[in-house]
Design a protein around this ligand. Structure first.
Ligand SMILES: Nc1nc2c(ncn2[C@@H]2O[C@H](COP(=O)(O)OP(=O)(O)OP(=O)(O)O)[C@@H](O)[C@H]2O)c(=O)[nH]1
Ligand SMILES: [Mg+2]
Length: 347
């Protein structure tokens, strides 16, 4: 299954049907009055948020999407049928902008939420409406108004509660699979994850939170180098970041340094990301061996800069109970009893 989180589509609402010019023709009534019906209205373009979709891939190639035209009016005062609306199902977290101006038309947050973007053209009035005392045989009717065409930019920003970030190969996807039912691809090489994954984690009190796992970030990601920058958007709406560090990762480089590199990337991309609550997770503790960075020392260095860190092993599960508890404490205040942090009702 492919993934797409930004695309441009063109939509056209339906044209209104033309009003009809017609005159009554009945036996023994040679000069019947006007009986041309009205044209039907054109269909509108409607967007609808759905939690069943997590990608814009359905909209990659469909460049032109059109609602149905209204049918023309007919004789005997029959109105034309209204054209059907075109409903575009989009993943939650999709922002819809007019391409030309950047104006935000919709931001789909809730499941099943529908927003009418472009209304269809009005149907024209039939000639029955145009008879007057001086003109009893109006030979004209109103044409339907045309549909409107508009180019839309769709950008998806996941509505996840928690974002997993870290350099490549630090164990983000492994941790996601530990905390949720998601089974993302895990590999012993950097850039295993090429597209973001979502998983749902159940908290102690049965409430659920959505976790986003994004591809690993490298230096320069914030400036568009590497893979990661494209995916930083998916953590913009999270309420908590889990920042993974690999205790075995390049022993010659300091973990505090890795931490700062990644924070710089985030800041370059969007300084607002710096203010999100975060936990640093020192992962792969099962591989801890003499010669690696002294963990107590590391913890106190993080403490000095005001950062809470936990030691874990996403493989053996060491430290994960403590992590679940910490997540629970950090997010429970933000979640109303019957919804998760995105305001989405729990199934
Ligand atoms: N021993 C050990 N290995 C781990 C642990 N967590 C992850 N790994 C291994 O580290 C490698 C990378 O794990 P991933 O979960 O794919 O890492 P990632 O951060 O998602 O990597 P990218 O998607 O490339 O950014 C895999 O071989 C995992 O099995 C851990 O706690 N202990
Ligand atoms: Mg991964």
């Amino acid at each position: 299954m492919g993934f797409l989180d930004e695309t441009v589509i063109t939509v056209i609402s339906g044209a209104g049907g033309n009003g009809c010019v017609s005159f009554r023709r009945e036996k023994y009534i040679p000069k019947g009055g006007p009986d041309g019906g009205d044209g039907g209205n054109g269909g509108s373009i409607i967007v609808r948020g759905t939690k069943r979709l997590h990608s814009l891939i359905n909209y990659s190639s469909k460049k032109l999407l059109k609602a149905q035209n209204g049918s023309p009016g007919r004789g005997k005062n029959q109105s034309g049928k209204n054209g059907s609306d075109l409903i575009l199902d989009l993943p939650l977290g999709t922002l819809i902008q007019e391409l030309a101006t950047g104006r935000v038309l919709a931001d789909l947050i809730h499941d099943d939420e529908q927003i009418a973007l472009v209304s269809g053209g009005k149907g024209g009035k039939g000639n029955q409406h145009f008879a007057t005392s001086t003109n009893r045989v109006p030979r004209f009717a109103q044409p339907g108004s045309p549909g409107q065409e508009i180019r839309l930019k769709l950008s998806l920003k996941f509505l996840a509660d928690i974002g997993l970030i870290g350099l490549p190969n630090t164990g983000k996807s492994t941790l996601l699979s530990r905390l949720s039912m998601a089974r993302p691809k895990v590999g012993s090489y950097p850039f295993t994850t090429l597209i973001p994954n979502l998983g749902v984690m159940t908290l102690e009190d049965e409430r659920s939170v959505v976790i986003a796992d994004i591809p690993g970030l490298i230096r320069g990601a914030g400036h568009g180098r590497g893979l990661g920058h494209r995916f930083l958007r998916h953590i913009e709406r999270t309420g908590l970041l889990l920042h993974l560090l690999d205790i075995t990762y390049r022993p010659e480089r300091d973990l505090l340094e890795d931490y700062k590199i990644l924070r710089n990337e985030m800041e370059e991309y969007n300084p607002a990301l710096m203010n999100k609550p975060e936990l640093v997770l020192i992962n792969k503790m099962d591989l801890y061996a003499p010669g690696l960075r002294d963990v107590n020392e590391l913890e106190s260095e993080f403490e000095k800069i005001g950062v809470t860190c936990l030691t874990i092993s996403a493989i053996t599960g060491e430290g994960l109970d403590k992590l679940r508890r910490a997540i629970f404490d950090l997010v429970r205040l933000k979640i109303p009893p019957t919804t998760n942090m995105s305001g989405e009702p729990i199934d």
